[in-house]
Structure formats: C-alpha cells, structure tokens
Ligand binder design. Structure first.
Ligand code: 26A
Length: 359
C-alpha cells in the first residue's frame, strides 16, 4: 500500500498508437477530413491506416491525448507520481505503448482485451495543422469493472487528483462519473479536458453531467466555441474560430464555464481556454475579469508538428497543481511544456530532460 501513496495523479482515457504521416489537401480530400480536427473513424476512413503504413513512411508514436498528458506530467514530477488507465489489446501496438510508458516512468494499468486490437489514430500533418482519425479498438472496451477492481481502486483512493481526457466520454461515462464523485466526496482535484469540438457537439449530455464536478476545465478555441454554441451563449462559426475576433466570445464562454454550479464548493472552478499562439484565457468562478496569459512564442521553423501541444499544456498545468504551484506559475509551466512538445515529433518531450524556468 505504501508505494501507492506516490501516485498522486491518476489519468483516464484512450491509449492509442499514433500513425503519423505528412499529407496535403489531396490527402484531406481523399478521406474527407478537415485540416485541424479529431474524429472517430467511420467505415470510409478505415483504409487510412494501411495506406499510411504501406505507402507514406508513417511514423509510429505513442498517443492518446490524456496518455500524452500523463507522460508529460510525469516528465515534470518526481518518480512514480502518475498512473494512467485505459484499454488496449494484446498486440505489438500495445507493446509499443508499454515501452514508451516505461521509458517515461509512467505507470500504466491497462485493461487488456484479448479479442480487440489496440486503438489507432492516423494523424495527417499539413503545414501548421494536424488532423486525426481514430479507430478506438480495445480502448472502446474500457469499463467500470476495471476501474473498481481490487487492483485499481486503491490507486484511485490514494491519488489526490484525477485528469480525464474528454475523448473518454464516448467510451465509459460511468467510470468518469465514479471518479468525479470520488473527487467531490474527498475534496480531490478533478480536471477534464474537452478534447475535441465533437465532444460538446455530439456528447453534450455526457459532458454536461461532469460539469458540476470539474475543478479545472480545459479546452482550445475550437472546443470552447463548440461548447458555447451548444449551450446557447455564442454563435461562432466553427469553421473559423482562429481569428482574434472570437477572443471576446471565448472569454464569455470561459467565464460561463467557470461560473456553472459546482458540487464541491470548497474549490472555485477554473476554466482555461487555449488559443493557439494567441494568449491563453483563464476564468475563475465568481471573478469578473478573464485573465490573458501570452504564450511562449517559438520560431515557425522550430515547430516540428502541433501533435500533442494541447496535451503538453495540460500536463504542465496539472503537474503545477500537484506541486502546489500558484495558478499563474502552473499556466506558465503548461505553456513551457507545450513549447517543448511543438519542437518534437508527435506527442513527445525532449530528452535529456529540461527543467522549467518561469518566464
Ligand atoms: C476518441 N478519440 C477521437 C481520441 C483521440 C485521441 N485520444 C483519445 N481519443 N483522437 C486523437 N487522439 C490523440 O490526440 C493526441 C494529440 O492531442 C492522438 O492519439 C494524439 O496523440
């Protein structure tokens, strides 16, 4: 039992293997996908994985948004601080995920499905953008039984913060709600990243059920806009959210999210909206001013790809919360780790390890 006390942060979502290839407009047209999006694969998309592997020199890299965040938080925190839960198959892709986690010092506790393969995410990289097509596979079979099993639940009880990737709302809302309630009942920190615009758009009820439990909610501009639109407080063109013109709307949405009713009233909710290279917006429950935090700008030519930058931001932030850093410093640490991730291929962090210096 004593060893479990170390795992202060517990993360849950979909472990995926990223299959990354450069592409262009023709690639996007072939699969009818947008330049900057994340979707679940439909039958017409399923050819993309073999196409990338056989014809396009695809690179394999550990992914799954919250698993990237878990690796990133462990990058910053002392050894044995972070544990990640999700579902994989029994195959060579799962071997890669296990190896990557081991190298990163991340403890993974997977539900292993004997019948279904490990989930895959095809990532099309075009200049400045990434488009992701996910076939969840075994990740879609994660269940409450695994979370509440005698091997796993003690880890839940020992952790002091939970981080949920919103993508998991398509998989197992009961597991998310079990963690949400455990957090509220024991005054633990509960963090959720919205993950993609389709989560508020197509999984609104499941997302809304988590809202009273969220101490921190994180989204990028597209996710926040989708959230605002479905909640009737904005009418943003979701095909064009990047412009500075949306900043006022995004601030309104951040404040709305922060001010929603809350189960655990001992903590004020913090809503964070990232906005690419524009300032990060931060709203605190009950406060009127939404603060802006400029990002760490890096030269365009130093950016390898944007895969996992948002996950890295969340990692730096959550690590800061665990370390007891101020909100300002935790945001700064998130922006720092995001800037490091942008310079790496896929969702990875540089080795030898770099250490955070406040800006
Ligand atoms: C359910 N879906 C669509 C997903 C994902 C996902 N992670 C979990 N569930 N779609 C894409 N990703 C991951 O996002 C990371 C970049 O932020 C990719 O695996 C990629 O590593």
């Amino acid at each position: 039992m004593a060893a479990q006390k170390n795992y202060r942060l517990l993360c849950l979502e979909n472990p995926l293997l990223d299959i990354i290839a450069d592409g262009d407009q023709t690639t996007l047209d072939t699969y009818k996908i947008k330049a900057n999006d994340a979707i679940l694969a439909e039958p017409q998309h399923l050819g993309i994985y073999d196409d990338f592997l056989n014809n396009r020199n695809a690179v394999l890299s550990a992914g799954g948004a919250a698993q990237n965040t878990a690796r990133g938080a462990q990058y910053i925190l002392p050894a044995d601080s972070v544990v990640f839960l999700g579902g994989v198959g029994k195959d060579k892709y799962a071997d890669i995920l296990n190896e990557t986690a081991a190298k990163a010092g991340l403890r993974v506790e997977y539900r292993v499905d004997e019948k279904v393969g490990t989930g895959r995410c095809a990532v099309v990289v075009t200049p400045g953008n990434r488009s992701m097509v996910t076939d969840l596979g075994a990740a879609n079979h994660y269940d409450l039984e695994h979370l509440q099993s005698p091997a796993i639940w003690p880890l839940v009880q020992a952790a002091e913060a939970y981080y949920i990737g919103g993508y998991h709302l398509t998989v197992c809302p009961p597991a998310i709600m079990a963690l949400a309630k455990e957090a509220a009942a024991n005054d633990k920190t509960f963090v959720l990243s919205i993950s993609a615009p389709f989560i508020p758009l197509a999984f609104k009820d499941a997302l809304d059920a988590t809202l009273p439990y969220l101490d921190f909610v994180i989204g990028n501009e597209g996710e926040a806009a989708a959230f605002g639109n479905v909640h009737g407080i904005s009418d943003i063109d979701l095909g064009n959210v990047d412009g500075t013109s949306t900043t006022a709307d995004l601030k309104k949405i951040a404040q709305y999210m922060a001010d929603l009713p809350k189960e655990n009233t001992k903590r004020k909710r913090v809503a964070i909206v990232t906005h690419g290279s524009q300032p990060t917006l931060v709203a605190i429950q009950g406060e009127t001013e939404v603060k802006e935090y400029p990002v760490r700008l890096i030269a365009k030519e130093d950016i390898v790809d944007p895969i996992g930058a948002g996950d890295a931001f969340a990692a730096g932030l959550v690590a800061g919360i665990i370390e007891g850093k101020s909100l300002d410093l935790s945001i700064d640490q998130g922006q720092w780790l995001a800037s490091l991730s942008l310079k790496e291929l896929g969702a990875s962090y540089p080795f030898p390890k770099q250490t955070f210096t406040p800006s």
